[in-house]
Design a protein around this ligand. Structure first.
Ligand SMILES: [Zn+2]
Length: 72
């Protein structure tokens, strides 16, 4: 029994819903506001990282700036 995460477009509530094969997103009812206006979201496992991909050095220093980034 697959469980998917949904986000309500009406109130922004995120919830999990057990979904059988063939169930359309339009059939998912928000438990918070009762609207059938939710969209399926990907699982958050392993995709929580955002930004910071090796950009720790000189991120705010323009190139060839004397004393910048060396603590000077
Ligand atoms: Zn809602």
């Amino acid at each position: 029994m697959p469980i998917y995460e949904y986000v309500c477009n009406q109130c922004g509530r995120k919830f999990e819903q057990l979904v059988w094969s063939g169930t359309a997103a339009e059939e998912i009812t928000c438990p918070s506001c009762g609207e059938r206006n939710a969209r399926k979201v990907m699982s958050t496992f392993g995709v929580g990282r955002s930004g910071g991909a090796g950009g720790a050095i000189g991120a705010s220093c323009p190139a060839a700036t004397p004393g910048c980034g060396t603590g000077g």
